[in-house]
Design a protein around this ligand. Structure first.
Ligand code: ADP
Ligand code: MG
Length: 682
């Protein structure tokens, strides 16, 4: 059970003062459901309010704080804005502007002649100075330095700061799980101190480090527990006799790396200890075929295999590929996703239970409770960034024995990050591309030259080519991004007509599929897409990809996106559109994309480039599954946590001692408590 002292942190956000239905929505969009989520929603920077005695044109564009008195009103009774004319102590004028016909309320806020301390961005409006919707010192007063939070529509940084304040007030002191020597050497504060400090000053490095470490520590510890547990569990040896693999008719021979990897997997499968292997291979290196061969080994041995894909579209695609590759073999392949309902679903469940289905491909649905296998021997997980402890437990409960696990990833992450994401797995690398692959020619182009890009797209289409056009999606304002993508699609449709399609994350799955199918079938020539995930398809004739606002993507992401082209035999091109102003780091990062197609090099360099103090939001560390750990410190924190958790487990494997108990608290705090369940059952 969860330690009682954590209860206040696990309460719903609606238990915070002032959070009603109106705020719950934007909070939910930010993923803030419990008090602890608010606590861990960290500011990314701060806003300085410049205290001023007098209004000054030179301050236009700055956020100032100043005392003014109202001298006159223009109140709107219709749709236009209401204005309060106010003066500073010298009699200089400023117009305070309010939209949304709030006339009565405005008068109450600013009684004539009364001094009010206000703050906001000073703007020039014709001859006048103005401030739109100024903050007013009072109940919800402002401070000279305020934290800025990642936002969603309908909530402000001030509101979030205020909620964080409440959350900090409710947060208990927690027992220390960090090894005392390490904590002292690093100069890290206590946990409670650390959360309070990060919200007060986002630049507080020690406090941030500590919280990042906590997160990494909990994750690492859970992984260690899973590993220890897997080692204890009994799996079943899968001895494939080769009869199915011999029947395969491939149009090509395996690359050396594929053959080696299959041998490594085969070596694992004949053991009774369940396999825990990670297959890393750049986009296009041929992981699917390796997975197929592994699944065939399981079937040869009389067991079933399952393949998990992160999205509906990828699941369908894997299903098609498997069916095509295994055509003519006595192997029954089925698909199951969240969309399968009713009789078809029932039939699949039956086939799994009676063993007539040999291989199942699908999304998370394939591990739902209702899905029972006759004899699940091997699970392949494709591109699942979050295949963590909970999923592994689910898996462990799926068979009489624990199935073997093969995880596959194209995310070319450095070794330390691999450790974090996948724990202590054995690693196979596909470090050799299938022959005949042509490199992708990459160019970086300024957004001022978008016309030329559209012209190039036109030429590409008239030569019969297909293309992706990717618009960025920034979580803070999904709506605006979506609107931008729609506008882009509309503009391209205006020029190229019906052959331009749009796919985005808000579409219904069936609509999405229809567009994807049209693109894959060649009925659409251009696919405008917002989300990266949805473009994870294999369309060899698509040999051009345009990526808008490329500077807003992580490099690993860009590399993944670029991997959508270069799948056919011909030469492929990638056009990275950048903003007109660029920092040095951005310039270097994009130049790297132009120089190399080597995913591993890109990953290493990216990590190095990011080291230079560029303050990153949650997004990029989010790519590897962490919210709090600063990406540029991740490597260091991971190594540390790796050693620390190992020592802890060696000394106190049951987490019974004082530090062990504290470590349990950390597991709960970061939702890694599945690890604690392992202690129980072990
Ligand atoms: P990824 O590793 O990105 O999942 P895929 O498995 O989709 O890559 O393979 C990419 C393409 O390479 C596919 O079209 C596949 O048929 C082809 N391919 C895989 N192995 C080989 C090989 N040994 N020789 C030639 N082509 C191959
Ligand atoms: Mg793949």
């Amino acid at each position: 059970m969860r330690p009682a002292l954590l209860n206040p942190l696990f309460a719903e956000v609606t238990s915070l003062k002032g959070v009603g239905a109106a705020l719950a929505k934007p909070l939910e969009r930010l993923g803030l459901e419990r008090v602890k989520d608010v606590l861990f929603h960290l500011p990314t920077g701060h806003l300085d309010r410049w205290p001023r005695e007098e209004l000054d044109q030179g301050d236009v564009g700055r956020t100032i704080a100043i005392t003014v008195r109202a001298v006159d009103y223009w109140l709107s009774h219709g749709r236009g804005p209401s204005r309060v004319l106010a003066t500073d102590k010298r009699g200089n004028y400023v117009s305070l502007t309010f939209f949304g016909g709030a006339s009565g309320y405005v008068k109450k806020l600013y009684p004539l002649g009364e001094p009010k301390r206000i703050s906001g961005r000073l703007e020039q409006y014709g001859q006048e100075l103005q401030i739109i919707h100024p903050d007013i010192e009072g109940e919800e007063g402002f401070r000279e330095r305020e934290a800025i939070y990642p936002l969603s529509e309908g909530i402000t940084s001030r509101r979030l700061a205020q909620l964080a304040g409440q959350a900090i007030g409710r947060a208990p002191d927690l027992p220390e799980w960090i090894e005392p020597g390490l904590k002292a050497a690093r100069g890290w504060p206590d946990w409670h101190d650390a959360v309070a400090r990060v919200h007060a000053d986002p630049a507080d490095a020690k406090a941030r480090e500590r919280l990042g470490y906590d997160e990494v520590f909990a994750n690492q510890l859970a992984m260690m527990l899973v590993r220890a547990d897997t080692r204890r569990r009994k799996g079943r040896a899968l001895n494939g006799d080769g009869r199915l693999r011999d029947m395969l008719k491939l149009p090509y021979s395996l690359t050396g790396a594929q053959a080696r990897t299959v041998r490594e997997i085969e070596g694992d499968l004949v053991q009774t200890a369940p396999m825990l292997r990670l297959l890393q291979g750049d986009v296009g290196s041929g992981k699917t075929l390796v997975a197929t061969l592994a699944l065939l080994i399981a079937v040869e041995a009389g067991a079933q295999g399952a393949m998990l894909a992160p999205t509906e579209i990828l699941a369908r695609q894997h299903f098609d590929t498997l069916q095509r590759t295994l055509a003519g073999l006595p192997v029954n392949v089925a698909a199951l996703t969240g969309r399968d309902k009713g009789r078809a679903r029932e039939a699949t469940l039956m086939g799994l239970a009676d063993g007539s289905i040999d291989i199942l491909v699908g999304t998370h649905a394939i591990f739902q409770e209702a899905v029972g296998y006759k004899d699940l021997g091997l699970v392949v997980v494709d591109e699942q960034h979050r295949f963590g402890v909970a999923e592994r437990l689910m898996l462990a409960n799926k068979g009489v024995t624990t199935p073997h696990l093969l995880a596959m990833t194209a995310t070319p992450i450095p070794r330390t990050l691999t450790l974090a994401q996948y724990g202590e797995m054995d690693v196979s690398k596909l470090d050799e591309m299938p022959p005949g692959r042509k490199p992708i020619e990459t160019r970086v182009i300024s957004e001022d030259r978008l016309d030329e890009v559209v012209n190039a797209l036109g030429r590409h289409m008239s030569e019969g080519g297909q293309a992706y056009w990717v618009c960025p999606l920034v979580e803070e304002s999904e709506k605006i991004d979506l609107a931008a993508a729609e506008a882009r699609a509309a503009a391209l449709q205006e020029r190229f007509g019906e052959r331009v399609g749009l796919v985005h994350g808000r579409m219904k799955p069936a609509e999405k599929d229809a567009v994807m199918t049209a693109f894959a079938g060649g009925r659409l020539s251009v696919l405008v897409a917002t989300t990266v995930i949805e473009v994870g398809v294999d369309v060899p004739n698509a040999t051009l990809i345009v990526i808008e606002a490329a500077d807003r993507f992580g490099l690993a992401q860009l590399h993944q996106l670029r991997g959508r082209v270069g799948r056919g035999g011909g030469l492929s091109r990638c056009l990275l559109i950048r903003g007109s102003a660029m920092s040095e780091t951005t310039r270097a990062r994009l130049a790297l994309m132009r120089e190399t197609n080597d995913g591993f090099r890109i990953a290493e360099e990216d990590l190095r480039l990011r080291g230079g103090g560029e303050l990153l939001g949650t997004r990029q560390s989010g790519e590897v599954g962490f919210k709090l750990a600063p990406p540029e410190m991740l490597g260091d924190l991971l190594e540390c946590a790796h050693d620390d958790t190992r020592l802890l487990i060696d000394r106190d494997g049951g987490l019974e001692g004082e530090r062990g108990q504290a470590a349990r608290v950390a597991l709960y705090l970061f939702d890694r408590d599945a690890g604690v369940q392992l202690l129980r059952s072990g």
